[in-house]
Design a binder for this molecule. Structure first.
Ligand code: GLA
Length: 731
């Protein structure tokens, strides 16, 4: 049993293999947080202390006792209005504009299996892999009920949290702020690791001490955003890749989010993860509910590397779904950087011929095949195949491509509309725009109101008509702007941003139900919606529009802290690179793209014969290692923001196969030798280097490392493949 309840003490204990989470219903019915960290026994309520604190109010239940205050007590779900003046998880306003809520314990339920969330992505697990705890809290004055949901995946060291808010009172209430997770720490110094970025340079790691005051990251862009990823790590001071306490919080949501970290007046730390409060003004009529998207929590005392592994396994096996969760992903050739908008059916078929000759599995026709779309100023919304441009029907193209033994995929951007489109001319009110104001354009396009069933239903039907024309096996789902005006002609403004995201999920779910064999790759100008919410529908996401191998090393490094390699869309592109103008060798580009789903984004006709041979070899190699890369444990072996080289390792589950990749980031005369230390190997096992035939003990490779060969030229890469030849020392 992962979940225990001690009735006399009112204590709930959630155990995973290596962690414990504990909370308590106290004498007044408040749900206090007691502990989250390494696995422990017994009750942790001895940690609670009570002192008279000036300017910290006392609830009336405490009577004359001035030592009890919500401003000080660690809480499970702190609410604005109880005398807690820190950042709170929930703010509710009633019809008179009054903010006030006082949640007390009512009941709870423990059940086998993991709860699901209607219309929202969430961690899933089989009945015997997980347990669920539901705790019901109520504000007796307003009649508002808050259901706290906890899912425990014991073996995975995962605890999930979600919240359902229901208005059982008279009259409506407004939800103005709502988080799904709160972590209160009574003591300790922590750093907050967050992942900031911009278009074409996503998920740079920032590590910052949590000090007094509030550190806030989030997105108001309607998507999870390039700028701040909805996933953070709380690391004990001094925690490293290999040592120390680390907590991860990953929000399973693709829209506006907010994460707040605060050290309070008594040196206590609070971290919240939830919906962004700006633009949220969600009305709940009598009997109505709002579900706050799930936050996945995980803890380890073994440093950042172990925390990453825990999240990789959870997202790979309990978020990603569908046929491609466990199957090899196709090595694809995407037309975007090969020809941008300038292609024909003939030229795409030519790409397919090259793909077949080089050993690739699929060709993808990117943006430009529909409506009037020869640049990015028109055509979005008109999902009719432009047969004039292609010179044939989509069905004919698919047939030709399939005839070559190559799969066929297409690009779509269903959430958008160009003002220069038939759709916009017929339905201008289907786009988000505020009456009386001129719209904010971005990439010269507007956002369709996907909070409306009618709008997404229409687009869904058009997209299905296309997909039905010729056995399409892959769809790249793009989203190429931030949402500036959240105004829906049908839905209240304060709910449109949330309802929009649920509309996107609804569309994706229906698409998956209808086409279970199609692989959908997510994309939002590269990695602008790279989040666990999307991964529930799209098991891989184009990681960045930046295909430069050196920048990609850093982008993929940041991404790897919380997201598995199987989700990282990565391709080899041409040089000089189209985003940076930098040239790197084909070898290096191949090595970097292999830390992901692997594919190509170039015109093979421009490759020399020698390069073509190298590409063939890369593909053979990738396919040989595909399972190790997709399912193996991934270790960061250096910090490419600081170190002279980037190094990472894939290790098979049984520890018998290792793939080590190293890229030199600095080159100087008479270089010192770099010794790369491997991780996770079996200490006493003997490993053989597939290239040199040399043998090493696991402990030696981990303690002293492996000398890297002397290389010349910028950004040289090397690959080492190790196979375990002897499990334990014979003597
Ligand atoms: C976005 C994507 C690119 C490409 C273009 C097409 O920028 O990230 O990969 O598909 O759109 O317009």
């Amino acid at each position: 049993m992962a979940i225990h309840y001690q009735q006399e003490e009112g204590i709930f204990t959630l155990h995973t293999k290596h962690s414990t989470y504990q909370m308590k219903v106290d004498a007044f019915g408040f749900l206090l947080h007691l502990y989250y960290g390494g696995r422990i026994n017994g009750s942790m309520d001895y940690l609670l202390t009570y002192y008279d604190r000036g300017f910290s109010g006392n609830p009336s239940n405490a009577g004359q006792d001035r030592n009890y205050s919500m401003d000080v007590q660690p809480q499970e779900y702190p609410v604005m209005g109880t005398g807690d003046f820190r950042n709170t998880a929930l703010i509710l306003r009633n019809e008179e504009g009054i903010v006030g809520c006082d949640l007390r314990y009512v009941s709870h339920k423990i059940s086998q299996g993991k709860y699901g969330l209607k219309g929202l992505p969430a961690v899933y697990a089989s009945e015997d892999e997980a347990q669920t705890l539901e705790i019901l809290l109520e504000d007796s004055v307003s009649g508002v009920q808050v259901q706290l949901l906890y899912g425990v995946l014991e073996q995975e060291d995962i605890i999930t949290r979600s919240v359902r808010i229901t208005n059982h009172g008279n009259g409506s209430i407004m939800v103005e702020k709502a988080a799904s997770a709160c972590l209160d720490f009574l003591s300790g110094d922590y750093d907050l690791l967050s992942f900031w970025g911009r278009h074409a340079m996503e998920r740079n790691l920032q590590r910052r001490e949590i000090v007094h005051g509030s550190h806030v990251i989030g997105s108001r862009r309607g998507t999870s955003s390039h700028q701040y990823n909805p996933a953070v790590i709380l690391a004990g001071k001094g925690a490293t890749e290999d040592y120390g306490n680390c907590y991860g919080l990953v929000f399973v949501y693709s829209g506006n989010f907010m994460c707040e970290a605060e050290k309070d007046q008594f040196e206590q730390t609070r971290v919240l993860m939830g919906l962004h409060s700006d633009l949220l003004h969600y009305p709940l009529g009598e009997g109505e509910s709002l579900v706050i998207p799930e936050t996945i929590l995980s803890f380890t005392d073994k440093g950042l590397g172990e925390l990453s592994l825990q999240f990789h396994r959870c997202i790979r096996d309990h978020i990603c779904r569908g046929k491609y969760r466990d199957q090899p992903r196709p090595v694809l050739l995407n037309s975007w950087e090969a020809s941008y908008f300038h292609f024909s059916g003939e030229s795409i078929c030519k790409l397919a011929e090259h793909a077949a000759a080089l050993g690739m599995d699929m060709v993808v026709m990117d943006d430009g095949w529909f409506g009037k779309r020869d640049d990015d100023n028109s055509g979005l919304g008109d999902w009719q195949v432009n047969e004039r441009k292609l010179g044939c029907t989509l069905g004919e193209m698919a047939e030709r491509i399939h005839g070559l033994g190559v799969k066929f995929g297409i690009w779509i951007e269903p959430e958008m509309v160009s003002e220069d489109s038939e759709l916009y001319r017929q339905h201008p009110d289907w786009a988000f725009q505020i009456p009386g104001r001129t719209p904010i354009r971005s990439r010269n396009q507007l956002v369709l109101d996907f909070s409306r069933e009618e709008v997404r239903g229409f687009i869904f039907d058009r997209i299905c008509e296309v997909l039905d024309q010729g056995a399409i096996e892959y769809v790249k789902w793009d989203m190429n702007r931030s949402i500036a005006e959240v105004y829906s002609a049908e839905n209240a403004p304060g709910r449109a941003a949330y309802d929009y995201v649920l509309g996107v999920y609804d569309f994706l779910e229906k698409l998956l139900q209808r086409y279970p064999d199609i692989l959908i790759e997510g994309c939002s100008g590269g990695g602008g919606r790279f989040d666990a919410g999307m991964m529930y529908y799209t098991p891989q996401i184009w990681c960045s529009d930046n295909t430069d191998a050196v920048d990609r090393i850093r982008i993929q490094y940041g991404t790897s802290f919380l997201y598995p390699i199987s989700t990282v869309g990565s391709h080899v592109s041409a040089v000089p690179n189209h985003q940076t103008g930098r040239s790197t060798s084909l070898h290096t580009r191949g090595v970097v793209a292999m830390a992901g789903t692997f594919g190509y984004e170039l015109d093979p006709a421009k490759l020399t014969e020698e390069e073509k041979e190298e590409v063939k070899e890369q593909i053979r190699k990738y396919k040989r290692h595909a399972e190790l890369i997709r399912k193996g444990d991934y270790y960061r072996l250096s910090n490419p923001f600081k170190d002279a080289y980037a190094a990472w390792e894939f290790l098979s589950e049984d520890g018998s196969r290792v793939l080590l990749h190293v890229v030199m980031l600095e080159i100087h005369g008479n270089m010192p030798v770099n010794y790369v230390k491997l991780k996770g190997l079996k200490r006493d096992a003997l490993y053989e280097d597939g290239g040199t035939g040399k043998r090493y003990y696991g402990c030696a490779l981990m303690e002293a490392g492996m000398p890297m060969p002397m290389v010349s030229g910028e950004y040289a890469a090397c690959e080492v493949e190790l196979i375990m030849v002897q499990e334990a020392d014979a003597d």
